[in-house]
Ligand binder design. Structure first.
Ligand code: 5GP
Length: 180
């Protein structure tokens, strides 16, 4: 599996450090509150697990699985809810946890949905941000790392369902996706 990676963009160590740093930040921001952390499956799973273990406040976790009707590497903005939250959103302080924001279409759909469901507040934390890919004006409140406009895998992010279990974020060799 590691042989398929052309270069590592963010190492395991850097991710660990970042999760600690962001966890302390969230601890302060949510002190005295009981936020609902919403993980967007499947990609946010490793990041959610690490960042929330570094967050020392009471919180509740839930998950949303959504699929977009885009191609393999791009989202189209048309979103289908595969698994909805089990928790009522009304009046809650939501912390949406994402793996990456590219076009921003997925998140903007989620934010609109949670506003409609009357969340008290909505914050977005994302491991990765690809600002060059943006199609709608949406910003995360907390960003782990900015990445260039390249297709990345690892630490939750897949290519055809593989590589989510890599402990780092990297770029695939072109031959893996038929680019060579
Ligand atoms: P957006 O709706 O912001 O364009 O994209 C969000 C979703 O597209 C992410 O949650 C992720 O599943 C997928 N995505 C966007 N960029 C990448 C990338 O570079 N690598 C991988 N593996 N998935 C990506």
């Amino acid at each position: 599996m590691h042989n398929d990676i052309e270069k590592i963009l963010i190492s395991e160590e850097e991710i660990k450090e970042k999760c600690k740093e962001l966890g302390s930040r969230l601890t302060k921001e949510y002190e005295g509150k009981f936020p609902l952390a919403v993980g967007v499956l499947k990609g946010a799973m490793p990041f959610m697990s690490d960042i929330l273990r570094a967050t020392e406040t009471y919180l509740e976790m839930d998950f949303m699985d959504i699929s977009s009707y885009g191609g393999e590497t791009r989202s189209s903005g048309e979103v289908k809810i595969v698994k909805d939250l089990d928790t009522k959103v009304e009046g809650r302080d939501l912390l949406i946890i994402e793996d990456i924001i590219d076009s921003g279409l997925t998140l903007s759909y989620l934010v609109d949905l949670f506003k409609y469901r009357k969340a008290n507040s909505i914050k977005i934390v994302t491991l990765l941000d690809k600002p060059e890919g943006r199609k709608v004006d949406i910003k995360a409140d907390v960003v782990g790392f900015k990445v260039p406009n390249e297709f990345v895998v690892g630490y939750g992010l897949d290519y055809q369902e593989k590589y989510r279990n890599l402990p780092y974020v990297g770029v695939l060799k072109p031959k893996i996706y038929g680019g060579e």
